[in-house]
Design a protein around this ligand. Structure first.
Ligand SMILES: Nc1ncnc2c1ncn2[C@@H]1O[C@H](COP(=O)(O)OP(=O)(O)OP(=O)(O)O)[C@@H](O)[C@H]1O
Ligand SMILES: [Mg+2]
Length: 305
């Protein structure tokens, strides 16, 4: 459905995209995960035809994306990273403007507008000026402006930045429902929890390069170790440290051990060993590996500073 082939883009000396190739299938919830300056927004701008690539090809539904016509393409909805709303107008007036850009007939626009305002919990506030909206409300409105014309693909560029956890969850639920109903979603973020929760596949991008691309589970499999197990130090655990060692790498922190479980070791057999050694499981906490850890492992850097 979406294809980028060997796409390059530089801004003077900065290589924003470095030979990026991607294929996104219809129905996917596809994540583009990377830190500030990785090239996420540049990818989006090229996909909507707002920026021209220096080289490479971009196809949407088999049709090559060109930059020479302004792209109010019927099949794409675009949610920009910076909120693009008229502050002095109401939500309803904003939506009418966006609807008219797509040439939607009035009844169709009214129907879409009311249903999306309801879906994101803004229907009761629809007549209020957007300047009075909270950050989260603006984000939700920004999101639905891209949906009025019922696109097949939604490109969301960091749609939850500056949003409180409640609005964030509302946005997630809304997007998941749209995706379940068949909308293809491309979602950029630098929050690995978002990519893990939402996306069926994730491309990790850094300095303009795709450095990994797979399902979240497959990405985590790329890590050399699996779960991190924290074990409080006490008589039973200290005397059994050699037993723990056979399950992975032990890091001795002041008041506890951290065990990085070998990928071959089963959590269940580790728990069996704990029981044999009479170690109370209340002294043990387990943390699943994260995409953050994978990013650190691949690049030596953190996703967020
Ligand atoms: N219009 C521009 N002029 C000059 N440099 C640019 C321009 N747009 C992007 N860049 C540079 O290209 C690189 C990629 O930027 P881009 O905005 O695509 O990153 P991003 O992954 O979206 O980052 P963020 O998470 O901060 O939004 C950065 O180094 C950025 O400074
Ligand atoms: Mg960006």
């Amino acid at each position: 459905m979406i294809q980028l082939k060997n796409v390059n883009k530089s801004f003077s000396t900065v290589k924003a995209l470095d030979d990026v190739s991607l294929e996104i299938n219809g129905g996917e919830f596809f994540g583009l995960l990377g830190p500030n300056g990785a090239g996420k927004s540049t990818t989006m701008s090229i996909l909507i035809g707002y920026l021209a690539a220096d080289s490479g090809n971009i196809f949407i539904n088999g049709e090559e994306v060109k930059t020479d016509e302004l792209n109010f393409r019927k099949e794409i909805g675009f949610v920009p990273q910076s909120i693009a709303l008229y502050d002095e107008l109401s939500a309803e007036e904003n939506l009418k403007i966006f609807g008219s850009l797509y040439g939607l007939p009035k009844p169709e626009l009214e129907e879409a507008m009311n249903s999306y305002l309801n879906a994101v919990g803004l229907y009761d506030r629809r007549k209020e000026e957007v300047r009075n909206y909270s950050g989260g409300m603006k984000r939700r409105l920004n999101l639905i402006t891209a949906l009025l014309h019922k696109p097949k693909v939604l490109l969301c560029d960091e749609p939850t930045v500056g949003v409180d956890p409640q609005s964030r969850n509302a946005i997630f639920d809304f997007l998941e429902k749209l995706n379940a109903d068949g909308l293809t979603i491309v979602y950029t973020t630098h929050y690995m929890e978002e990519a893990e929760r939402l996306c069926n596949r994730v491309a990790i991008i850094d300095s303009g390069k795709i450095i990994a691309l797979a399902t979240p589970d497959e990405l985590l499999q790329m890590l050399p170790t699996s779960e991190h197990i924290y074990i409080t130090k006490n008589d039973a655990t200290v005397s059994n440290v050699n037993v723990f060692k056979s399950y992975g790498e032990i890091i001795d922190n002041n008041d506890r051990y951290e065990l990085r479980l070998n990928k071959e070791s089963k959590l269940s057999s580790f728990f069996g060993a704990l029981e044999n050694a009479n170690v109370n499981v209340q002294n043990v906490t387990i943390q699943k590996p994260t995409l953050e850890e994978l990013f650190l492992n691949l690049t030596g850097k953190r996703l967020r500073d």
